[in-house]
Design a binder for this molecule. Structure first.
Ligand code: HAM
Length: 421
């Protein structure tokens, strides 16, 4: 039988990757808390309309990427492809629309049926922050500031460029949409198949098409910033003034439209060149109309989400798991005592390995390989004489101690080691 493999687009998070991802989420949680974003969690699946309405039927995510299925009761459910719609649904379901603003942080798995490649998975993880209940451009600045500080603390901000655009209010977008359709219609025969379809459904998405034939046409297309209403311009100017004062670098990108339909005004992405074609590590924007598409009142809101796998790839982390102590069993008669000893040391906070294969020499080698700085050697003789051999791995120095002395010695040894770092 052929060995079983994980489903295409999914992968096992083995200890090294998992610990890198945990470190990313830990940093993000810490910084998000400083801004007042509180941790929350929504279910992994929702009624299909929770996503189809706000994300837009013509968005790629809804049109071709959702994992939707009927449950045994015939209800259409969808595995969440992103967190924002669920968070807004949760705010409404929990009766919080009268207690605004609310600031949420979340982290967890998302599902999109995309074409897998490096940095693009069908099952991936995001963390995100949502600032719900304000139309003030300072809320946009807070969101972007929080994202930048997380990337900075992860040590990757200097590998990213913040692309920023304004999609304006409804009037700005309607005017622009009209101008764009007029311009693109003249070139319809030259557009890619996908963009021909988008011309009627969602022409703004043509702006960030990756097809070379589309990009040439888009180059001379009318630009969104020229169609912003005075109010939309004012919102954008206030945001950029706040970013400039806080010395957060940004780059105006008039073709940045984002892939989900719910955005208005601010849209932004932190993009790196270091990950190949999947270089967007974090993206977000304002979504003032989302609440109403879910049956809630009009609520101003802005947020972002980041790809945890992408950030983990970018973070320069070489930390391997390292043990403190190796318990070396010289013969089988020492197993029980050795096991009890290892546990005693673990309860003092030390990381202890008991190498199980081979003779003493091979066990010592394994202990050195997994980073043990101290080994204790126990055999029949030691048990009879109530002694234990202790080996300091860096110097090779060996000592004979009593069982009680060993625990104290190990604790002191690691305290001193910690102080000398
Ligand atoms: P998004 O741009 O679709 O936005 O996703 C945010 C981030 O998730 C991306 O920048 C990327 O790092 C990561 N990501 C997306 N798809 C994949 C994939 N297939 N494999 C690996 N990583 C991926 C949203 O999801 C919005 N909910 C963000 C938001 C929050 N807007 C307002 N609030």
């Amino acid at each position: 039988m052929k060995p079983m493999q994980p489903v295409r687009g999914t992968s096992d998070l083995m200890p090294k990757q998992k610990s890198q991802m945990n470190a990313v989420v830990e940093t993000a949680t810490l910084i998000a808390n400083r801004y007042g974003f509180q941790d929350m969690e929504t279910p992994i699946f929702e009624f299909t309309e929770v996503f189809s309405r706000p994300l837009g039927a013509s968005s790629d995510v809804v049109a071709k990427e959702t994992y939707s299925f009927e449950d045994r009761g015939g209800t259409s459910l969808t595995l969440r492809p992103e967190g924002t719609a669920s968070v807004m649904r949760a705010l409404i379901s929990n009766g919080l629309t009268q207690s605004l603003p609310q600031k949420f942080f979340y982290a967890g798995p998302m599902f999109r049926y995309e074409r897998p490649q490096k940095g693009r998975m069908r099952l991936f993880h995001q963390f995100g922050c949502e600032f719900i209940g304000s139309y003030n451009p300072l809320a946009d600045a807070e969101i972007i500031g929080c994202a930048a500080m997380i990337l900075s603390d992860l040590g990757v901000l200097d590998k990213c460029v913040l692309h920023l655009n304004s999609l304006g209010d409804t009037k700005s977008r309607d005017d622009y949409r009209h101008a764009l359709i007029t311009y693109l219609s003249d070139y319809k025969h030259l557009l890619s198949q996908d963009s021909k379809r988008r011309l009627d459904e969602n022409p703004l998405r043509i702006l960030d098409s990756k097809a070379v034939e589309d990009q040439q046409i888009v180059e001379n297309a009318p630009r969104l910033p020229e169609f912003l209403t005075p109010q939309a311009t004012e919102h954008f100017d206030q945001l950029t003034a706040a970013l400039d004062t806080a010395e957060i670098d940004w780059h105006l990108d008039p073709t940045l439209v984002r892939g989900l339909d719910y955005y208005s005004h601010t849209a932004f992405e932190f993009i790196t060149q270091a990950l190949g074609s999947q270089g967007t590590v974090l993206g977000g924007g304002r979504y003032d109309g989302l609440s109403a598409t879910l049956g809630g009142p009009d609520i101003g809101a802005v947020g972002f989400a980041a790809g945890i796998e992408r950030l983990a790839l970018l973070v320069d982390q070489t930390d391997e798991f390292i043990y403190d102590v190796g318990v070396i069993l010289a013969d089988d008669s020492a197993s029980s005592v050795g096991f009890a000893f290892a546990n005693k040391l673990r309860s003092c906070g030390l990381k202890v390995d008991i190498p199980l294969a081979g003779q003493v020499g091979k066990k010592l080698k394994r202990a050195a390989l997994v980073g043990c700085s101290l080994c204790i050697i126990i055999g029949e003789t030691e048990i009879k004489t109530d002694t234990i051999q202790v080996k300091i791995m860096a110097t090779g120095e060996q000592k004979q101690l009593t069982q009680i002395e060993v625990v104290e010695f190990a604790q002191k040894f690691f305290e001193q080691k910690q102080e000398s770092i």
